[in-house]
Design a protein around this ligand. Structure first.
Ligand SMILES: Nc1ncnc2c1ncn2[C@@H]1O[C@H](COP(=O)(O)OP(=O)(O)O)[C@@H](O)[C@H]1O
Ligand SMILES: [Mg+2]
Length: 248
């Protein structure tokens, strides 16, 4: 590989965090820590505040109480561009690429904060990690398959050589085999490169398989957390997320 995929990971930490819209908290009292080389996942039902939590960590939704830090830097309510330059990459659940632009243009935009001469080198590093995109550079992002599009979305974020990857439901609407590849090869792969990974995932069972620690969100609070092996033995967790007939 001609360049490193990511920087050495930094700890991403939220302490007693509340966040929401119009001054009203959607998530409260959240303490979570993600560290280099590890995947921390957040699971929970729709509407439990998972996206709001991630957005507040990356400066998109206001933090109402508590704090967020990456490494030694306090990033509480810091502007999203500044948080990106401090090494935190964020792949949103929707609006993750620019559909009318080509794959190459999307990657270039991902590198907009870089000095011009570094962009080509970063594109090479990203394509080494996602070789499937190599033959698609001139294809419009809107014409990609769901899995390819999500690779591009992650690739855009990798343009800035992040030390932390924050991913919001990267496997939503993907076929099961594609979802498994994204999670087990690429997202676990980020952590295995030393990156810090914080992942929101609807597929609880698949999330547990690649996670070092998992938090369960319910009604905007962490209601349960632990290592996957313990959660898999927790009757409430099994009933809610892994139980009979559940799609996950
Ligand atoms: N832009 C917004 N303004 C006001 N409320 C919102 C906004 N986005 C989400 N919410 C509310 O926040 C709650 C949690 O939503 P969200 O964080 O998207 O949950 P999840 O990602 O777990 O499905 C929901 O009740 C939703 O209606
Ligand atoms: Mg969500």
């Amino acid at each position: 590989m001609s360049a490193e995929l990511s920087q050495k990971g930094q700890v991403l930490r939220a302490v007693n965090l509340s966040a929401g819209y119009d001054g009203r908290a959607i998530v409260s009292g959240i303490t979570v820590e993600a560290s280099p080389g590890k995947v921390v996942s957040i699971v929970g039902p729709n509407g439990s505040g998972k996206s709001t939590l991630l957005k507040s960590l990356v400066g998109v939704v206001p933090v109402l109480a508590g704090s967020v830090s990456v490494g030694e830097s306090d990033i509480t309510n810091v502007a999203p561009e500044r948080i990106a330059t401090l090494g935190v990459g964020y792949v949103p659940q929707v609006d993750d690429v620019f559909p009318p632009l080509t794959v190459k243009e999307n990657l270039e935009i991902g590198g907009y904060l870089l000095e011009r001469h570094l962009v080509g080198e970063r594109i090479t590093a990203v394509l080494d990690f996602f070789p499937r995109l190599k033959t698609m550079l001139s294809r419009k992002a809107g014409k990609l398959s769901g899995g390819e599009r999500k690779m591009l979305a992650m690739g855009r974020v990798l343009m800035l050589t992040p030390s932390v990857m924050v991913l919001d439901e990267p496997t939503a609407n993907l076929a099961p085999q594609v979802a498994t590849q994204l999670l087990e090869e690429f997202i676990r792969g980020f952590a295995d490169h030393g990156t810090t990974v914080l992942l929101v995932e609807q597929r609880a069972k698949a999330a547990l398989r690649i996670s070092d620690w998992t938090c369960v969100l319910g009604g905007g609070r962490v209601v349960l957390e632990g290592v996957p092996a313990d959660l898999e033995r927790d009757p409430v967790f099994v009933e809610s997320f892994l139980g009979g007939g559940a799609r996950h």
